[in-house]
Write a protein that binds this ligand. Sequence first.
Ligand code: DX5
Ligand code: ZN
Length: 218
Amino acid sequence: MAMVAPSLLSADFTNFAAALDFLEQAGADMVHCDVMDGSFVPNISFGQPMIAALRKKTKLPLDVHLMVQEPGRYVGEFAAAGADIITVHAEACTHLHRTLQQIKETGTKAGVALNPATPLSVLEYVMDYVDLILCMSVNPGFGGQKFIPAVFEKVRKAAKMILASKRDILLEVDGGVNEENAPELRKAGATLLVAGNAVFKNADSAAAIRHIRGDSLL
Ligand code: DX5
Ligand code: ZN
């Protein structure tokens, strides 16, 4: 079993309220919110006002994935908007340690995302500040991309690092996650799976959530 955080990036942008209602009914564990700045990644999505608006419409935890250059500039605003988890990219932070401290000071959980080419070793000296490790399984910027299989091994290694840290750290995988690769990701140690297209572009979105989480294994 793993938790599932469907990504709103693949939902109907004219009706996020309906997407949130659906996710609550379908038993999603969190809502994954992809914030893109058009600089760190080529795409622009939405920002703090959207997180504040979503916060008013749902009690589900908001898992905010900042694909933003120097995100330390904004973590206070995203925390105030109602984020439950703020995840920053190691590649986007000149001072990752400081940025993680900034997030922790807001009382929000702190995550670090790693692009597919970024080694886990960047986490070695900040593990004490990390509540979540996000292994990107596509190059960030767009939904609906193909899963990069090298990430299975990375997830296994990250799971070992987490075990060695003796801390309670979520292990999230994001990008191209679907009903086919979810079992192996769960086996590798992933505890939180993001799914955009596999949920929202599916004829049976609720079943997709159950299958990605591994409910049938109960
Ligand atoms: C990619 C985003 C992902 C993406 C997931 O830049 O961070 O969260 O929207 O969508 P799928 O599951 O369709 O790859
Ligand atoms: Zn994401």
